[in-house]
Design a protein around this ligand. Sequence first.
Ligand code: OAK
Length: 755
Amino acid sequence: MLNLNERAQAQFNQPLSELSHAEIYKILLDLVQEKTAAMPQNEGKRKLYYISAEFLIGKLLSNNLLNLGLYDDVAAELAENGTSLAEVEEAEAEPSLGNGGLGRLAACFLDSIATLGLNGDGVGLNYHFGLFRQYFEDNKQSYKPDEWLDHPTWLNKSDISYKVPFGKFTLQSTLYEIDVPGYNQPNVNKLRLFDLDTVNPEIIEESSINFDKTQIEENLTLFLYPDDSDRNGNLLRIYQQYFMVSNGAQLAIQEAIERGSNIHDLAEYVVVQINDTHPTFIIPEFVRLLTTEHGIDFEEAVEITRNVVAFTNHTILSEALEKWPLSDIHEVIPEIAKIITKLDEIIKDEFPDKPAVQIIDKWGTVHMASIAIHFGFSINGVAALHTEILKNNELNHFYEIYPEKFSNKTNGITFRRWLMASNPSLTNFIDEHIGTKWREDADLTDLLAFENDDKALDELRRIKRENKNALADHLQRTRDINIDRHSIVDVQIKRIHEYKRQQMLALYIIYKYHEIKAGNIPGTPITIIFGGKAAPAYTIAKDIIHLILSLSELIENDLDVAPHLKVVFVDNYNVSEAEYLIPAANISEQISLASKEASGTGNMKFMLNGALTIMTWDGANVEIAEQVGEENVYPFGKSSEEIVNLYATDGYDPQDYYKQERIQPIVDFIISDELMAYGIPERLNRLYNDITNKDYFMALIDLEEFIDVKEKVYYDYEDRRDWTRRSLINIANAGYFSADRTIAEYNKDIWHLDQ
Ligand code: OAK
């Protein structure tokens, strides 16, 4: 017994049953904070710093209770008092510290690092308003600041603070920390988020996310990825990145010295994993600190740094591989610009005839990935196919120089959050059928023994139905959206990007709409659910949202079609929404253009929760098919070699596909009068023109095959028993995608922390 009632009396002078959800949340927050504060930190000579611009950690209450072994007791006490954890957690604000896959991966990794008892902290920034809060108005994406810090949070203010010297002024940081307990572990780690006391939310213009980008002292940690479409935006990003890494490097060096390092041996005490290129300035920053503060000569400082820093690449999209004009870097951090120039000279001397591996190109642009690869000791991709593409294509020139630095670390997800906390019924089902050892080793393959067990399959179907009901209730309560509880739930949730091809699914919806109009009624009603944010400056992505919202409204108003097909776009998609959507899904849409999705991690979450995957041969989808068998997924579309080759030869013309008999009327519907009644001509025309003339991410190339495979999926769903059997096979084979496996690989091959 945790005696929550005593706490209720002490804190609010009332019994638990009389308290609001927000009050109960506060009691549980305090309880967990007290427990973790009393737990020792992980120790070890060597310590990992996982530095990332994003940590998409989600709500922490359930997850922390689970990891601390308090979940069942709390759930029981709440039930006795007429409430539940799910209800109480509605009072928790989700921290707005991330955007997409890279940020959620960082959060899963923190959980696994702590669970494996490794000495490793996360380091990032404490964004006051995160990316933005998305809402829809007139079928368009709109923006609000995400005011998560106005609610009680898990942040603890520390007394750690550093001076960060920019060219024109110096700023003093404040460090906030969040405890990270592992699953059934005696020790904790921390997520360490640097901030600035002078940040001023008042500078945001009324009902917008706009602010004066030059007021660095006031705006530095307001937003994640502030608009960088103009020079001041670029400069602000450099300010942010440098603030993050200078603090991180100072922290790592100080703690290493406290553990006994004499600085020359820093690499025995510190390993820094940089999450894509955003933290790359930590390389010249280490060199600066070692030379100016610790009396080490330049060459040795470079060598020490090279043995400390490891780099993970999370994308091959060229627009995401960061480059900054040296002049911008010079304006913000002149000392760092000088060090980068010296690093560049080293590379120009060593590889005079290899322009592709230079740090500063002939236009004076600094390539951040080049710094990270030359001056780090390790580079890894995040799925087998992705790493092969890095080695053989995107980063081939580097691979030729440093083959030994390259490795693959296929991504994973934490089963604590994505199964135990978010799908308790399925968790119980697994415990009852194969015992609880899987909670430690993620091995679910014993479930295969129940492949033909009618009772088990019936039970599994009942669980999916329950989860659909929970989703339906949630959408009803939060958005006044009603979905058919007996429909097939088909979900695509991820950032909105052309390469992820939400527009291809929208085109399928147009196809299906006309099929139903023509009298071809599906056996089971279909609910297609989207969620995701578009970057504010990404016009086509916003147009895709507009297309989907307009279609959704058109279908809703069509009484012939509405009973059979519903399209929902969940606004402000985040971790908390994912926790409702994924357990309820029958179908997982993983339909990126082959070669473009580095890994994907949503694909793994859906599989673990028993959805069947419609997939292209991209990212970790390839490994999902390998694990579960091709007959238990729905693959389609061109291979990554074909796509890479098409880009290399400029061999794709959307007109070749647009002219196909089935395709043209579908695409033309985007600019039909019928749809224009719900949409904005400028936006729909722009999207239509893009798809028919440019279609850079080739939505049309796989559309024919996509339509066929979608039809097959819905047809197969009619055999519920066999569908559920294959759902069980998916769950049973998801063990490989545990982040514990991924982290064990990072530790064995890259970090070498004691265990
Ligand atoms: C974000 C900003 C810059 C570069 C990459 C990202 C990003 O989110 N990448 C995503 O990382 C995930 C974790 O590795 C992968 O699963 C996704 O495929 C990738 O798009």
